[in-house]
Ligand binder design. Structure first.
Ligand code: HEM
Length: 400
């Protein structure tokens, strides 16, 4: 590493390494970092922390200078991978190849084909909610909804959904208090299952909804995806498509319950559903942060960064940055426009499932607004202890 001057923000950034910190209210610290140390150095683990929206955009736009191949989570600092564990860990030019291969699985025509099914699932779950009776929105709706959808996309039959749920939980550190060995067993089971199911589709016609059919039959330069590549994609889809959407809807619905005037605005004016989706994404920012590693000496906001330095982009802070969102940045406003949040990341790795996630949130909001005129909290929400996913364990609410 090049010798450069690094500030010591060890104390200020230490809470970021503590999973329990995220179960409380992390936003005051994010604001302090934006004010006092927008490019802070975490000396305990050795990484830069970026909390400003503009800096997150800059790093996301320069994959040649800030690479993903050396890990995207601070727990991966120092890891060397023989092959990338997910597509998110790839860089140009390999990343462009993967992206081209899987993109057809998420195109507009596939989303249109999926819409009726997504709306049907949303209506089924919403129909089970008793008006005037408190429910925990997490197990009642937020967990099963994206799980059903992703299971359908991956061609997993209903009989296997319980196992599927456990695999998804195992993929997110901090999501469940299972011992690490159990997590590893579950992830191994998941890979074997998904791989076998997908390989069984090879040569079969694409029935139009299942992404597995695209992946099973996709060819690049005359080659099919290898078993390792297939397992990588499938595992990533299961985990990426599940936890993120779940927490957007549970955190977003709870925010609407805490701000009943915002729910009322939606009831009165359904044209606000589109900006409300973006505000739910900004507000909840389910992926708290992802990391890059500097490939060469560079500068961010006047601060020298050395080749080899890990750089953490704190999306959850960027999405509350006053310089981007103005004096109302810390207010939940379903009519907010423009709303250039970074909940889906930015640049080359921009979330592949963004259209699907937006479709799911829209279908759910429509189903709820069709049925209920009011929404209020029925107790405090409980958040998960994870530095990666901003999760909601319990979201007690009452619809009437
Ligand atoms: C609200 C829901 C979601 C959020 C907040 C979210 C967030 C993100 C973020 C921040 C990234 C950027 C990764 C990076 O820059 O390193 C990403 C990438 C990705 N997401 Fe999502 N995601 C969501 C839903 C989904 C869904 C539903 C799927 C698929 C079914 C999905 C699949 C992916 C994939 C495959 C990538 C990797 C793209 C690449 O490396 O080029 N996501 N997502």
């Amino acid at each position: 590493m090049t010798t450069i001057e690094r500030p010591d923000n060890g104390e200020l950034t230490a809470p970021l390494d503590d999973d329990a910190f995220y179960a409380g209210d992390p936003f005051a610290l994010y604001a302090q970092l934006r004010r006092e140390a927008p490019v802070a150095w975490n000396s305990a683990k050795g990484y830069w922390v970026l909390t400003k929206h503009a800096d997150v955009l800059k790093v996301s736009k320069e994959p040649e200078t800030f690479c993903s191949g050396r890990g995207i989570l601070t727990m991966e600092i120092g890891f060397e991978y023989a092959s990338p564990p997910t597509m998110m860990h790839t860089d140009p030019p390999a990343h462009a190849r993967y992206r081209k291969l899987v993109q057809p699985g998420f195109g507009p025509s596939r989303m249109r084909a999926l819409e009726a099914r997504v709306r049907e699932r949303a209506r089924e779950l919403v129909a089970k909610i008793e008006p005037g009776t408190p429910i925990d929105f997490v197990p009642a709706v937020a967990v099963p909804f994206p799980l059903f959808i992703i299971a359908e996309l991956l061609g997993v039959p209903e009989a296997d959904w319980e196992r599927f749920y456990r695999w998804s939980e195992a993929g997110i550190p901090g999501e469940k208090d299972w011992p690490p060995e159990e997590n590893l067993v579950l992830l191994g089971e998941m890979n074997a299952y998904l791989l076998a199911a997908t390989k069984a589709r090879r040569g079969e016609p694409d029935v139009g909804i299942e992404i597995v059919s695209v992946l099973a039959n996709v060819e690049s330069d005359g080659e099919q995806l290898s078993d390792d590549e297939l397992a990588m994609f499938l595992g990533q889809l299961l985990i990426a498509g599940n936890e993120t959407t779940r927490n957007t809807v549970s955190g977003g619905i709870y925010a609407l319950a805490e701000n009943p005037e915002q729910w009322q605005r939606l009831v009165d004016d359904r044209s606000l559903v589109e900006p409300a989706i973006e505000e739910m994404l900004r507000w909840t920012t389910p992926v708290i942060a992802f990391m890059r590693t500097a490939t060469r000496d560079t500068v961010i906001r006047g601060q020298d960064i050395a080749a080899g330095d890990p750089v953490l982009m704190l999306y959850a802070s960027a999405n509350r940055d006053e310089d981007e969102f103005g004096p109302t940045a810390d207010r939940f406003d379903v009519g907010r426009t423009p709303n250039h949040h970074v909940a889906f990341g930015f640049g080359a790795h921009f979330c592949l499932g963004a259209a699907l996630a937006r479709l799911e949130i829209r279908a759910l909001l429509d189903a709820l607004l069709d049925r209920f005129g009011s929404l209020e909290p029925a107790g405090p929400a409980e958040r998960t202890r994870s530095a990666i996913i901003a999760g909601v364990k319990h979201a007690p609410v009452t619809f009437s």
